[in-house]
Design a protein around this ligand. Structure first.
Ligand code: FAD
Ligand code: E1W
Length: 466
């Protein structure tokens, strides 16, 4: 008889993991708190999107779903940086369209994954939320949407129930997981740019005189402003989802000093004057959408011997500034499904091995995501940083076997995150030594720099097979 696995959460990671486990012969039941989005419509019809990069795409390829997903995705060739003086420029992510990232709708992706998992034999139970667990009895407690509770047998439970995981709470109550949640102190709010090339004159106002166009669709847009920023990702229908990132509390500007749309409009008028006219429902969006908090979750243990395991955000929620949370969770599913397929009867050993492999990588992307916020917000300024980036690009051109920007390792390779983090640190150190505080990349002797690079750093592993 097929081994039974109970999954909590049918979000992005839960649905993909379920599909992969069912494909490997496990009997999989998924309990999902929310109603079936394919019936009920996804989260109030708001379009929220995410950046899919090589790691997530690789997992989808192995699940046989990459083509279907890419058909519903918008290619983003680079970041378009919008400075305070109203200028913008595209910084390509790669040399050609083989190094691009993809904007996907969270709702559409979730529904596609649910269909795929169901087709693979997974049984979904919607409107069923985990309310507790009795690990000694191998049973879990579920609550339906009316709050009616029932207990079921669940010898092996996997929690893919997100950053606020109920399974994690139950495991932690049974035997502490060494949980630490570090709040970033910054929060976010989503706003919407509707489709439409040219805006009605009424929205442009009569002062400017020239036409304003909606944004370049094949880019990730960033409005860096030092301590805060906005970003926008394209949707297939020609709309964009804008996310404002700001301190949660404290001196202006923060969500505390911008409690409503009236205050926020004045702030946007001052700090994002080119963006504001693109958001016609600014007041309704700002007042109607919640403020989301941002934290990093660290656990000492991801599993309770062979009885329960956490994956995705439930195990390692991170801040979103590298666009890797889902990508990392998708990588989790590939590792876990293959370990489980190799030793289906030994979940204690598999779960321990899964944590051994994935936790150093989760820690590394958590750190890099935090660092990327500072880099994004300030990405206009600092001449020393720009010189380092320029010298890095020169070295990557001259010695591609020995130098690769950390962003590229994270976004466009399968090299372990922990490797990218370490290698990035070593490369950065070398750049610092070569520049010695100079802001002039051109002043560095490139032949000597390449020689130093070869002498200090081993060649990179094959980026797509490492
Ligand atoms: P979730 O997507 O949170 O899914 C958890 C599921 O469990 C949900 O369906 C939920 O309803 C269900 N659930 C919760 N509690 C229970 C319960 N008690 N019982 C049953 N079911 C339950 N990542 C990227 O890779 N690229 C990006 O560009 C990106 N941008 C982001 C932008 C923002 C603002 C944020 C906040 C995150 C972003 N992320 C991004 C991260 C990404 O959203 C997460 O990493 C990803 O959603 C994690 O998937 P998950 O399945 O682990 O959790
Ligand atoms: C990506 C929410 C989010 C998602 C992202 C990224 C960023 C900034 C944010 C990082 C990036 C794709 N990034 N983009 N350009 N430089 N760094 O690559 O997903 Cl805020």
């Amino acid at each position: 008889m097929a081994q039974q696995i109970t999954l909590i959460g049918g979000g992005l990671v839960g649905a993909l993991l379920a599909q992969q486990l069912a494909g490997r012969g496990f009997a999989v039941d998924v309990f999902e708190k929310r109603p079936d989005p394919r019936v009920a419509g996804f989260s109030g019809g708001r379009s929220i999107n995410l950046a899919l990069a090589e790691r997530g795409l690789h997992a989808l390829r192995q699940a046989g779903l990459a083509d279907d997903v890419l058909q519903r995705a918008v290619m983003m060739r680079g970041r378009m940086v919008h400075t305070r003086d109203g200028r913008s420029g595209l910084q390509r992510y790669g040399v050609d369209d083989s190094e691009v990232i993809w904007s996907v709708s969270r709702g559409a992706l979730n529904m596609l994954l649910l269909d795929a998992a169901e087709a693979a034999g997974v049984r979904f139970h919607f409107g069923q939320s985990l309310a507790g667990a009795d690990f000694d009895a191998h049973r879990i407690r579920l609550a339906d949407e009316q709050g009616v509770e029932r207990d079921i047998d669940a010898p092996v439970v996997i929690g893919a129930d997100g950053a606020g995981s109920a399974l994690r709470a139950a495991m932690n109550a049974y035997a502490p997981l060494g949980e630490r949640v570090e709040s970033l102190g910054h929060a976010y709010k989503e706003l919407e740019i509707p489709p439409g090339g040219t805006l009605p004159a009424a929205l442009v106002g009569d002062s400017g005189g020239h036409d304003q166009f909606a944004l370049e669709p094949h880019a990730l847009h960033i409005w860096p402003r030092g301590g805060y920023m906005c970003i926008a990702l394209p949707n297939t229908e020609g709309s964009f989802t804008v996310t404002l990132f700001l301190p949660a509390q404290g001196a202006h500007p923060s969500f505390a000093t911008l409690p409503d749309a009236t205050a926020a409009r004045a702030f946007f008028q001052h700090d994002f004057p080119d963006l504001l006219p693109l958001i016609p429902d600014f007041a309704a969006d700002y007042d109607g959408h919640p403020v989301g908090t941002l934290s990093t979750l660290y656990l000492q243990r991801w599993h309770l011997d062979g009885r329960a395991l956490l994956v995705g955000d439930a195990a390692h929620a991170i801040v979103p500034f590298h666009g890797q949370g889902m990508n990392c969770g998708f990588e989790d599913t590939v590792v876990l499904a293959s370990l489980l397929a190799e030793a289906p009867g030994d979940t204690a050993e598999v779960f321990a091995e899964f944590q051994r492999i994935r936790q150093p990588n989760a820690d590394a992307i958590a750190a890099m995501a935090l660092e990327n916020y500072v880099e994004m917000r300030d990405s206009v300024a600092d001449p020393h940083y720009l010189a380092k980036r320029e010298l890095g690009a020169l070295l990557a051109g001259r010695a591609p076997q020995h130098f690769m920007a950390r962003y590229r390792m994270v976004t466009f390779t399968h090299l372990p995150y922990a490797y990218a983090y370490e290698r990035g640190r070593a490369q950065d150190l070398l750049l610092e030594q070569l520049l010695r505080g100079s802001t002039q990349a051109a002043s560095v002797d490139l032949d000597a720099a390449v020689a130093a690079l070869h002498a200090t750093l081993p060649p990179l592993p094959d980026p797509l097979h490492g």
